[in-house]
Design a protein around this ligand. Structure first.
Ligand SMILES: [Cu+2]
Length: 68
């Protein structure tokens, strides 16, 4: 299991939080995802044999929330 914290500056409210968590959480292999629109931090735990960090970043970017 890998843990990573991404910085997603576009998050500003609860809607953004839900959009980011839904986009990341819909990927197989993502075990937990918690977004904080205040700090812009997204904490993610994922199974690196099922999903890559690149795929997670791509899913967030496609939802309109690219990570820096
Ligand atoms: Cu928002």
């Amino acid at each position: 299991m890998q843990k990573v914290t991404l910085n997603v500056p576009k998050m500003s409210c609860g809607h953004c939080k839900m959009a980011v968590e839904n986009a990341g959480g819909s990927l197989g292999g993502v075990k937990s995802i918690s977004a904080d629109p205040q700090t812009k931090a997204v904490d993610i735990s994922y199974d690196e044999s099922a999903v890559s960090l690149d795929e997670i970043r791509k899913a967030l970017a496609e939802a309109g929330y690219p990570a820096e």
